[in-house]
Design a protein around this ligand. Structure first.
Ligand code: FES
Length: 514
């Protein structure tokens, strides 16, 4: 093929990263910027503002759709939606998102010594984490993390399903995720020096990721009763995935638990040990899709609920991931507030943990009322120079926390247990790890005494490693799955009532107690 003439190419310089990309003139920015940390929370439909970038030099004309979602002042200041823009001339873009720190796992765990190497993968909707293990010693030899490349087509599972249902969508998403994990595995093997055979690969993820990785028709998850077509253990040949792993090991995607509750939660149960607990305990994974498990070694109930992306700082007006420049903590200081910015320097936005803190602080200061409205006359609460909290942000957080609180309430009802009978609450996932427990309690997100709430890190990855080291390739976890019942929440009138009840924020009594 003849080489394209140079005039067909344009340069995109990225600030502050300093990278320069050369792309075909007219390339949609969405095609190239995701790999550099720009997120597309609504899947590129021009609805959420989450993909904003600022044109520092060069010309990117704005579209009528952008006029609907960005203010005149923002457009004049160079802000554009990356999902609506193309590179037609050389440009310099400021991208607000930096590479996020992704939670891996370094806990010690019990294991049965084996031979060779093994790989555990946590396939999250937003992030990927993989570890290479020596199966004889249980030592972690290498770690690789990255963003799920599918996220260019939506930040939550519903927008991912929507894209998968478009012509050619599902095979494209399948190819992207298999390629993304292959890259991580390649990095693991290189880091460990190669040469040794890999015996087993275990992957865990939610039900949508399970379907999109394994090539199972996603359509049944798009409509009521949202039941998966197939949700058991899937075993594939690494060669059939076009992965070149020494030893050509089998790849096991662990089974789901029902509905949208996937093997990441099965792994969380294994990691927390709740399946061996004599006491009633709960596991709560706070993400765009919140999952809750309640139970003990006899029986467990699990449910999932669409919490929306507020905990990840998405769909928040000045929301961003927990990276450099994000306000990650807010605390009351006298009659005002104090805040902390990740990485120091000026605040650029607010991440999920900062949002929960800000609303908790606003409630204490009286800036925000228990019904979620700002105090009289306030339209925006300035948290830091250039970063404000808006009414719509509080609303997004109310929706997210009400979904989790109502799901927890419903599982307690179904179990016929009182909240006080719960002895421990494991908070799984990155947000659960970083959120301030007192603030989470103040807004009614986690309504349990602080001393029983335990941030538990990446339980999905830890559980995947435990499965890698303690189960064989045919183990379908039928004994454990037989003790877990999935409780569907969609269209359950009790859930809907409880959701409405949980929308407000708890009001302290006369002594200031919640
Ligand atoms: S507005 Fe561009 S991804 Fe949502």
């Amino acid at each position: 093929m003849p080489e394209k003439p140079a005039s067909d190419l344009v340069r995109i310089r990225l600030h502050p990263q300093g990278s320069t990309l050369e792309v075909r003139r007219g390339t949609p920015l969405q095609e190239v910027l995701f790999a550099y940390g720009v997120e597309f929370p609504c899947g590129g439909h021009g609805r959420c503002r989450g993909c904003r970038v600022r044109v520092l030099s060069g010309d990117v004309p704005w579209t009528p759709e952008e006029e609907q979602i960005l203010s005149r002042a923002e457009l004049a200041d160079g802000w554009r939606l990356a999902c609506r823009s193309r590179a037609s001339v050389d440009v310099t873009l400021e991208i607000r998102q930096w590479e996020a720190a992704i939670l891996a796992d370094h806990s010690s765990f019990k294991f049965r010594p084996g031979e060779g190497l093994g790989i555990a993968v946590d396939l999250g909707t937003t992030t990927l984490a993989a570890q290479l293990l020596d199966l004889a010693s249980g030592d972690v030899l290498a770690v690789r993390t990255g963003l799920n490349p599918q996220a260019a087509y939506g930040s939550d599972v519903m927008s991912r399903i929507q894209y998968a249902l478009s012509p050619g969508g599902q095979p494209r998403l399948e190819k992207l995720i298999r390629g993304g994990i292959d890259d991580l595995i390649g990095g693991l093997i290189t880091a460990a020096g190669g040469g040794r055979e890999v015996r087993d690969v275990v992957v865990v993820g939610n039900t949508v990721m399970h379907h999109l990785f394994c090539g199972i028709d996603i359509a049944p998850l798009a409509h009521y009763p949202f039941e998966p077509a197939r949700d058991g253990l899937e075993i594939m040949e690494s060669g059939s995935l076009e992965w070149k792993i020494p030893g050509r090991p089998p790849v096991r995607f662990l089974p789901c638990l029902g509905g949208f509750v996937g093997s990441d939660i099965l792994a969380g149960i294994i990691a927390s040990g709740m399946h061996e607990s004599a006491e009633l305990v709960a596991l709560i994974d706070l993400g765009t899709n919140g999952e809750i498990v309640l139970g003990n070694r006899e029986r467990m109930l699990c449910a999932s609920t669409a919490a929306g992306p507020a905990f990840e700082g998405a769909r928040i007006r000045m929301g961003m991931q927990a990276t450099t420049g994000a306000i990650s903590a807010v605390a009351v200081s006298g009659t005002s507030h104090d805040y902390r910015v990740l990485g120091g320097g000026p605040a650029r936005g607010i991440c999920g943990s900062g949002l929960v803190d800000a609303v908790a602080a606003g409630l204490k200061l009286g800036t925000i009322r228990p019904n979620g409205r700002f105090a009289e006359g306030l339209k925006e609460w300035t948290l830091a120079p250039g970063v404000g909290l808006y009414q719509s942000d509080i609303r997004e957080l109310q929706l997210a926390k009400a979904a989790i609180a109502a799901a927890t309430h419903l599982l307690l009802l179904r179990w016929q247990a009182d909240r006080a009978e719960v002895r421990r609450v494991y908070l799984a996932g990155a947000f659960g790890n970083y959120v301030d427990r007192a603030s989470a309690r103040r807004i009614g997100l986690i309504d349990f005494p602080l001393h029983i709430v335990e941030p538990s890190g990446n339980t999905a990855l830890l559980g995947a490693k435990m499965a890698l080291c303690n189960s064989d390739s045919t183990d379908d976890f039928s004994d454990l799955r037989g003790r877990i019942r999935h409780v569907p929440l969609a269209a359950d009138p009790l859930f809907e009532d409880s959701f409405v009840d949980c929308m407000g924020f708890p009001e302290p009594d006369a002594q200031g107690k919640l």
